[in-house]
Design a protein around this ligand. Structure first.
Ligand code: 6PG
Length: 217
């Protein structure tokens, strides 16, 4: 599986570490990261650090099964290629021949970005590489990120979205009919041979009127 970055997953990771640690076959999991900031692993903004502190250090998963993105590497293109190689080694191919994650967790930004695929970016347009360099547009932070080909090769993608500040973008993405343009990266997540689910709290789902879209309260 691939863990999401950002702050939303914090509570989920804490809950997983406490309540369901015994139910999950941690010894059989391979944990990857959908994106990472160009900071050392101990940095407060590191997605790895968040997952390690709240979950991975608290469950019986071997360190050789936790695959950190080395986004602090000065040579980000080399780090991207190394991570892609690791994914190809450890994640079996799906029907389309690309490594197919059993589960990818993603968040969404208020601009519709997901992982570190930002609107109008080169990483969003990447059609061949599985892991790409990216730049966070407001502060210019460098990133590594899964690309759409890799995300859309997954068997299951789940967006984890909470809070009223996300209601408009959730409505914009889920309320659209037909394919979305470049401007909404999260709307372009559409697994070729898999499922995509949106796990929303009531505040984030406030703009969704279509009862068919609300599978479970
Ligand atoms: C990151 C994430 C990013 C995040 C969204 C939502 O590294 O920041 O990959 O895509 O999921 O920006 O972030 P919040 O959960 O903090 O709202």
């Amino acid at each position: 599986m691939a863990l999401s970055g950002g702050s939303t997953p914090r509570e989920l990771y804490q809950m997983l570490a406490q309540e369901s640690a015994r139910e999950i076959p941690w010894e059989r999991l391979e944990v990857f990261f959908g994106d990472e900031r160009a900071v050392p692993p101990e940095h407060p903004e590191s997605n790895y650090r968040l997952a390690l502190e709240t979950l991975l250090a608290r469950v019986p998963i071997g360190p050789d099964r936790v695959h950190r993105m080395r986004a602090e590497d000065a040579d980000l293109s080399r780090a991207a290629l190394e991570y892609e190689r690791r994914i190809r080694e450890r994640v079996p191919p799906g029907p389309g021949g690309l490594p197919s994650f059993d589960l990818v967790w993603l968040g969404v930004g208020t601009d519709g970005h997901t992982a570190s695929l930002f609107p109008g970016s080169a990483a969003l347009r990447e059609e061949h590489r599985l892991v790409a360099e990216a730049v966070e547009p407001t502060r210019g932070g460098r990133r590594l990120t899964f690309t759409l080909p890799l995300i859309n090769a997954a068997r299951r993608v789940q967006f984890l979205v909470v809070g009223a500040q996300k209601a408009d973008i959730v409505k914009e993405i889920l309320g659209r009919s037909g394919p979305s343009g470049e401007e909404l990266p999260a709307a372009r997540v559409s697994p070729v041979a898999g499922e995509v689910e949106w796990l929303l709290d009531r505040a984030a789902a406030a703009g969704i009127q279509d009862p068919g879209l609300i599978a479970k309260p």
